[in-house]
Design a protein around this ligand. Structure first.
Ligand SMILES: [Zn+2]
Length: 478
């Protein structure tokens, strides 16, 4: 029996515009008194008229373009009718027949995941369940929300994670949302069923949508659980129940299991119809072209440029580009038109010792503490063997912390490598004199030279140039 999960994702991203989607209220809804950013429009009072936020619409289009979608030049908003306490007007303004953008894709490790649509809608109010009552905060009601709907092209939970992170990365590169999952600025709802191949027959288990999962970790756990559950169900009955309807299941964090909520409503149940209070929206070719040109360098493009121009490995380029800010600070450190060897040297310092230090202190990289000349001085010194690459790693962390030039620290701490041949020869002679047994060993087996090198390094407090030590030892011993 071969089992393949078929997963599609609906990802919601809150845009960080100043005002809400259809009114002038501030879109800020964290750490402010409940229900302080509201007006008749976002409270859903009868007769209030919505006016679309142009910036939000343009940002939605930008995201669609960044996800390789086509723009619907003629588009309109629709009412999605359903009742819920956090939606007092009884419908959400969304897009259905003519979303802003359609038919895109993203690539993850060479695998293409098709994107059905990227459309614009509004967020609902926030319900809080406290001591048996439900409190509603309308500050979030009407905040611009973009929905990205994938095709069911995802076949593993790992790929769900990569897909979600990739969307988050692109959204952040575009600067249209902080996409902070903890704050609910980015959320996702998966649909999943299984393709089961057995005895030359193919079965599909009924489609399940998992809703209202509080965290992204919860989404991944719910998917793992649901894949197992559907496979077990199939094994029990050896057949698929004749139940073509999609069902909605919830996720119980305490029990770590999903539970049946309801038979899923189809789009007909929402009775979509064009929003009568907002005229249709037309995008001209010129506007679409300008938007395309205004797109910043996106993660994949940046990774390619780092590989091509700086000679970085796939792995290092991907890691540097994970976070736009980190990548920008790296570019500041290498300066303009760096040589490939310098760019690689700096990349290793960023991803090695600096990153380690940031993880230890749980801090973000501070661009003000990164100076191009720190890196170029270190690079030159390593090239000239005045500093070993091990010491360079230590120095860059100290320079980052203190703001002092690495070369000054090297001098103060006596970390400059001794490449003075007279000085080294003096040390080598002393070590040969003090270690007659090791010298004897060397004559029998030249591979034991490591011990003598170690002794000289120790005598020099680690500052001798090891290559020069080896050469001098060989010269004097032979
Ligand atoms: Zn309002």
């Amino acid at each position: 029996m071969k089992i393949t999960p078929i997963i599609g994702l609906e990802v919601h991203v809150e845009l960080k515009t100043k005002s809400k989607m259809f009114c002038a209220c501030s879109a800020k809804h964290f750490h402010i008194p409940p229900n302080s950013h509201t007006c008749p429009v976002c409270l859903g009072l009868p007769g209030a008229l919505p006016v679309p936020n142009k910036t939000a619409c343009l940002w939605c289009l930008k995201l669609g373009l960044a996800l390789n979608c086509k723009v619907n030049k003629h588009s309109f908003f629709e009412r999605k009718n359903y009742f819920y306490p956090d939606l007092p007007k009884g419908y959400q303004i969304s897009q259905y027949q003519k979303p802003f953008t359609v038919n895109g894709f993203i690539k993850i490790n060479g695998q293409k995941i098709r994107i059905n649509r990227v459309h614009m809608e509004e967020d609902t109010a926030k319900s809080q369940h406290i001591d048996g009552s439900t409190l509603l905060d309308f500050n979030r009601s009407g905040v611009p929300l973009v929905e990205i709907v994938s095709e069911p092209d995802i076949h593993s939970v790992d790929l769900v994670k990569s897909y979600f992170q990739k969307i988050q990365q692109i959204v952040r590169y575009l600067g249209i949302s902080n996409a902070d999952v903890e704050k609910g600025e980015m959320r996702c709802e998966p649909t999943v069923n299984l393709k089961i191949e057995q005895d030359a027959k193919t079965f599909y288990t009924p489609l399940v949508e998992i809703k209202n999962i509080a965290s992204f970790t919860g989404v991944l756990q719910a998917l793992e659980y649901e894949i197992k559950r559907q496979a077990e169900e199939f094994k029990k009955s050896r057949q698929v129940k004749n139940n073509a309807n999609k069902t909605t299941r919830g996720w119980n964090t305490d029990k770590q299991s999903t539970f049946l909520q309801r038979q899923k409503e189809g789009s007909a149940d929402y009775r979509y119809f064009p929003e009568p209070d907002i005229p249709p929206i037309e995008w001209s070719d010129k506007e679409i072209k300008e938007l395309k040109l205004s797109l910043p360098e996106l993660p994949d493009q940046k990774i390619e440029r780092y590989k091509k121009d700086f000679g970085l490995s796939d792995y290092n380029a991907i890691r540097l580009c994970e976070d736009l800010k980190f990548a920008s600070v790296y570019e500041k450190a290498i300066g303009e038109n760096p040589s490939q060897s310098f760019a690689k040297f700096v990349a290793n310092l960023f991803l090695g010792p600096l990153n380690k230090r940031l993880n230890e202190t749980e801090k973000q990289l501070d661009p003000n503490k990164i100076h191009h000349n720190f890196f170029s001085d270190l690079f030159d010194s390593v090239q000239k063997s005045a500093i070993s690459s091990t010491v360079a790693k230590q120095l860059i962390v100290e320079s980052y912390q203190t703001g002092e030039s690495p070369l000054i620290i090297a001098k103060q701490k006596n970390l400059l490598q001794v490449s003075d041949t007279v000085e080294i020869e003096k040390l080598v002679r002393q070590v040969i004199k003090d270690n007659p047994k090791a010298v004897e060993d060397y004559k029998n087996n030249p591979n034991t030279i490591g011990f003598l090198i170690g002794q000289v390094m120790q005598e020099s407090c680690g500052t001798a140039n090891p290559q020069l030590v080896k050469q001098t030892l060989e010269k004097l011993l032979n």
